[in-house]
Design a protein around this ligand. Structure first.
Ligand SMILES: CC(C)(COP(=O)(O)OP(=O)(O)OC[C@H]1O[C@@H](n2cnc3c(N)ncnc32)[C@H](O)[C@@H]1OP(=O)(O)O)[C@@H](O)C(=O)NCCC(=O)NCCS
Length: 180
């Protein structure tokens, strides 16, 4: 665990440039984020920061005043999905990965969802099958695999791999505490 203080706070549009830099940096290592670095654009970042603040939740983790991690999720704009937080994405700066920032961010995200957003009863994400550490991380938080989306990911070398949909719902693991 990193000994430096980690400050977690809600994100806002004024974080766009720092979050853009973070995502570009994280996307340079293949196998994690779905987007390639050149696909991390200002519009992409502004859209998710804005959606998170309007219809969901976005948090950043700061270390020494620098954004070292970000997590967001939001509800789609139609009524039938208004209880769902989707497009959940988390990224931690490569230099900070493996030091506990991601777990802190995600736990705080779920705590705030449970406490402040009682209308949310499903939190969902998708992770590629080869990202086994991320899949195990999500399972440790109570997410449950809901099958496999076969050949959904096209890798840079031309190979296809499965994408794994996961969700935290009232019936799954930790969620019984979160959604009680
Ligand atoms: C996945 C990620 C958000 C985890 O954040 P982190 O700060 O590195 O994780 P933590 O140190 O809090 O550890 C939490 C778990 O994440 C896993 N993890 C650590 N480093 C990881 C890495 N580079 N890639 C994937 N998972 C990682 C560990 O297995 C750890 O489990 P443990 O606590 O049982 O040991 C972060 O590593 C990351 O941004 N990876 C690249 C982008 C990515 O894969 N995003 C998720 C796409 S679905």
């Amino acid at each position: 665990m990193n000994k430096r203080a980690v400050v977690i706070r809600e994100s806002s549009l004024s974080d766009s440039q720092a979050v853009l830099n973070l995502y570009k940096y994280v996307a340079e290592t293949p196998g994690g984020l779905a987007r390639l670095a050149f696909e991390v654009t200002p519009v992409y970042v502004e859209n998710f920061l804005s959606a998170a603040s309007l219809r969901g939740l976005g948090l950043v983790a700061e270390i020494d005043g620098e954004i070292a991690g970000e997590i967001h999720g939001y509800s789609p704009e139609i009524f039938c999905f208004s209880h769902v937080l989707t497009d959940l994405t988390i990224a931690v700066a490569p230099a900070q990965q493996g030091t506990g920032v991601g777990r802190l961010l995600f736990a705080e995200f779920l705590r705030r969802v449970a406490e402040d957003r009682p209308h949310i009863s499903r939190v969902e994400l998708i992770a590629r099958e080869s990202n086994t550490r991320a899949l195990a991380f999500y399972e440790s938080l109570g997410f449950v695999r809901e099958g496999e989306l076969r050949g959904r990911i096209l890798n840079a070398d031309g190979s296809l791999e499965n994408d794994i949909p996961m969700a935290l719902t009232p019936g799954s693991g930790l969620s019984s505490m979160l959604f009680s």
